[in-house]
Design a protein around this ligand. Sequence first.
Ligand code: ATP
Ligand code: MG
Ligand code: MG
Ligand code: MG
Length: 436
Amino acid sequence: MRLSRHFLPVMKESPADAQIVSHKLMLRAGMIRQTAAGIYAWLPLGHRVLRKIEQIVREEQDRAGAIELLMPTMQSADLWRESGRYDAYGPEMLRIKDRHDREMLFGPTNEEMITAIFRDNARSYRDLPRILYHIQWKFRDEVRPRFGVMRGREFLMKDAYSFDLDIEGARHSYNRMFVAYLRTFRRMGLSAIPMQADTGPIGGDLSHEFIVLAPTGESEVFYHTNWEVERALDVDVDDVAALQGFVNGLTADYAATDEKRDPAREAAAGDKLKQSRGIEVGHIFYFGTKYSAAMGMTVQGPDGQPVTPQMGSYGIGVSRLMGAIIEASHDDAGIVWPDAVAPYTVGLINMRADDARCAAAADDLYAKLEAAGIETLYDDRDERGGAKFATMDLIGLPWQIVVGPKGLDKGVVELKRRATGEKVELSVEDAIAKVR
Ligand code: ATP
Ligand code: MG
Ligand code: MG
Ligand code: MG
């Protein structure tokens, strides 16, 4: 992509209304624009990152055996009356009437809808176990939308729902998602700690929030320092016993949100106990037959008797993740994208757009990068070198390649790694090989 034809409205100054660094940088880097309180338009650069995050989430859901579908954003109030949540949900639910005066709502989550779909289409025990998921916009009328996409009113969520014949099966589905979440966040360069979280009236221990540590996070969390060490995640998720053993091994190390603190385990952790703030990027939850029973969902069991399926739900804040990644990876000059979610791999800078030799060499290198399938943002604009460097640092692409007259005299270009600032002079061929 040539920057001269792109739509990248970067800002020099930090916008006054943004309080945390990720929000500031997303605005400055021309990734988002607010259109109403807590509602954002995703500009081209932000949209590219959103799609990359979404794709990693999708791949790990698929790998865990979940099946993708797509449910609508608009739901009918009657559906929510079946579970009793229409009245219980409160003012976070945006309620709307259509032209026939029918009560509708913009979905804040989809337990009711997926339960109705599964109820009306699954007949027997052979239809279970299943995990279904979608990646869809949600609306929650948050009292205090803030920190940009971190707490929006409209936001993109991956939500999965599991259906099992018995509690053991439900635990296996839960464990599948547990590992899928760890893999998902790690692929994005994040370390998210699964923390014991509130289960409300359901009880039990099957609720974990996945928390990225950050001083700006809204959750107060407590964890054993063992969580600071990266764990191996190679387990066969189809092997029930091996997977359970793996999850038990991980959760042997204490980690809990402030609603679920355990004084005995904290005492056992001793001086290995840490307190921090964190961002909730995912949440997995087993809730038994709460919705299946309320909504009259049964399937025929192997013995011919009706069985009420056991369910769980599993959310990931896809749009919130973008903020969390930036909170975890930035410096004074701007964003430092982890390779896996970077909007482009390479930022190519022509230092001297007015110099025909430089322009020809940069054009040629751009063509080669594109031909090699390397996602490149080419700054071919007629701007000062300094301004171009500042923009590239701000938008945080993993690699920068600079074409300038001095280098061309020597037959080299300059390659810079954004994360370390390390610069090397290389031939065009070697530079391409390095970023490939
Ligand atoms: P929070 O505690 O931050 O309000 P939640 O517990 O209400 O989140 P869940 O119902 O668990 O959220 O939804 C699943 C995921 O969706 C959360 O873990 C979070 O990553 C994301 N999410 C929830 N609310 C928002 C929001 N207002 N803006 C962006 N992402 C959100
Ligand atoms: Mg909430
Ligand atoms: Mg929460
Ligand atoms: Mg939650």
